[in-house]
Design a protein around this ligand. Structure first.
Ligand SMILES: [Zn+2]
Length: 464
């Protein structure tokens, strides 16, 4: 039987529901019959008899074992009591009576002539970090790349990705955030013009051929298994996702056994730092931004009972003045809110100041377009939830956090938010203000860490 390349290229490294593929069912069934796939039940059911009988479910796609996330129902297809997994439901239902299929036929052809078309230059620190990362990947050793916001983390990956691709290896760059996938994808397409790259996120357009480089949300990784030779996890402890057990499990499932994992982050957790030391991972640290200027230090401004004021239909004075100042200076700005609810109460008030102010949140379907509008200077300001705390770069952006004392603004979230400011070499400075109803330890921690990073970045002999 002649294998159709599009079938091989699609399924290689994937684990997929048998009856929900992009190919005709009869074709898929034929390949299964001829042993090009292995099949297993979507959900494993184990019955343990201890004192009383207990059933235990495991989802074979997302590896979920949290029993509360399994739903028992009367199945219309097999007319029995079946179970489905709620944890990965938004990628199509996995049930106990459906099969998952994994390709075990011939491997796709990988090519080894990838072009790295990038003529930017590295700072000393970037160069060192890039070299250290390549060296870790050569040795198949895990790696932690700790780089401050605006250090030029993406560029540091280019040599390592190029090295791996040219050895015929399959590389995955995983990130918890769709926004980061959307930002990275065109950049990698530009510098690797001869490489087939897929960008995977919810509702991504259909992409064809075998992708030797995959840029994916960590969520979409559920659909892979034993697939990658190198995994780079970008924004590893991005709030609210940390490089926690669930994510580690997902990465473990999609990587080949001896594949190295590289974590890239501006805010590594103490747990990750400890793990890196204990397991002797490679390590690189970039304390300085690529343009050589220090990180902007957040300032505090009290904004007592801001929520009550907004509920009463009024923007607190200091916040109103801040916004008016940015409007009259024609400086783009982001204002972070702790909740969607408060932001939605505030947006009509801000639109009275300037009708071209918009708001975005996680479920906003126009999120991409709105950020683009801010970048293209079609609008001046965006109100946002923490969804835009990272991954976005806007020239000369000014940033305010409203309710910086709120629980959602952890120190790492506040460091990331502050990191939006001053990224562009032409505008290395900018305002970052924490409007608060009482200063929290998390706020102080964020500010101290930024001080510390600046100190490390600028030794005694250097002046910022
Ligand atoms: Zn599942």
């Amino acid at each position: 039987m002649i294998i159709e390349p599009q079938i091989r290229d699609f399924f290689a490294g994937r684990i997929w529901t048998r009856y929900n593929t992009p190919f005709p069912q009869s074709k898929v069934d034929t390949y299964i019959l001829r042993n090009y796939f292995t099949t297993k039940k979507g959900i494993t059911i184990r019955t343990k008899v201890l004192i009383f009988q207990r059933t235990h479910f495991t989802c074979n796609r997302c590896q979920n074992k949290i029993q509360q996330e399994f739903v028992q129902y009367t199945c219309a297809k097999c007319e029995k009591e079946c179970v489905y997994c709620r944890h990965c439901l938004n990628m199509g239902r996995v049930t106990s009576c459906t099969d998952l299929i994994s390709w075990i036929g011939a491997k796709p052809l990988t090519h080894k002539k990838h072009l790295l078309d990038w003529n930017g230059t590295f700072t000393e620190a970037q160069k060192e970090a890039a070299t250290q990362l390549v060296s870790s990947i050569k040795q198949k050793r895990n790696h932690l790349n700790h780089a401050v916001c605006g250090a030029g983390k993406t560029e540091i990956l280019f040599p390592a990705v190029h090295y791996a691709l040219n050895r015929g290896l399959r590389v995955c760059i995983a990130t918890p955030r769709t926004d980061v996938v959307l930002e990275l994808f065109p950049r990698f397409q530009k510098v690797f013009p001869k490489t087939n790259i897929h960008a995977l996120y919810g509702k991504a357009p259909k992409q064809t051929g075998f992708a030797q480089l995959v840029i994916s949300t960590t969520h979409q990784l559920f659909r892979f298994e034993n697939a990658f030779d190198v995994i780079i996890v970008d924004e590893a402890d991005a709030f609210p996702y940390t490089y926690d057990q669930a994510l580690q499990k997902a990465v473990h499932k999609v990587k080949k056994q001896d594949a190295p994992v590289a974590l890239v982050t501006a805010t590594p957790s103490p747990q990750i730092l400890a793990k890196q030391k204990k397991e002797k991972w490679g390590y690189s640290f970039i304390p300085k931004r690529y343009h050589g200027h220090p990180l902007p230090i957040p300032r505090y401004e009290s904004l007592w009972s801001y929520d009550k004021a907004i509920q009463k239909g009024r923007i607190p004075r200091k916040l109103r003045e801040w916004t008016n100042e940015k409007l009259s200076n024609q400086e783009p700005f982001l204002i972070f809110f702790p909740t969607i609810q408060l932001m939605e109460q505030a947006i009509p008030l801000f639109q009275q100041l300037d009708e071209r102010i918009l708001s975005v949140h996680a479920e906003d379907t126009d999120r991409k377009e709105k950020v683009m509008k801010l970048r293209n200077e079609q609008i001046l300001g965006l109100l946002t939830t923490t969804i835009l705390e990272r991954g976005i770069t806007i020239k000369n952006v000014q940033v305010a956090v409203v309710g910086a004392e709120s629980k959602i603004f952890t120190s790492s979230a506040l460091i990331q938010i502050s990191g939006r400011v001053g990224r562009n070499a032409a505008f290395p400075k900018g305002d970052i203000v924490f409007f608060h109803h009482g200063i929290t330890a998390e706020m102080d921690e964020a500010r101290n860490e930024i001080f510390r990073l600046n100190k490390e970045g600028f030794g005694k002999n250097e002046t910022p």
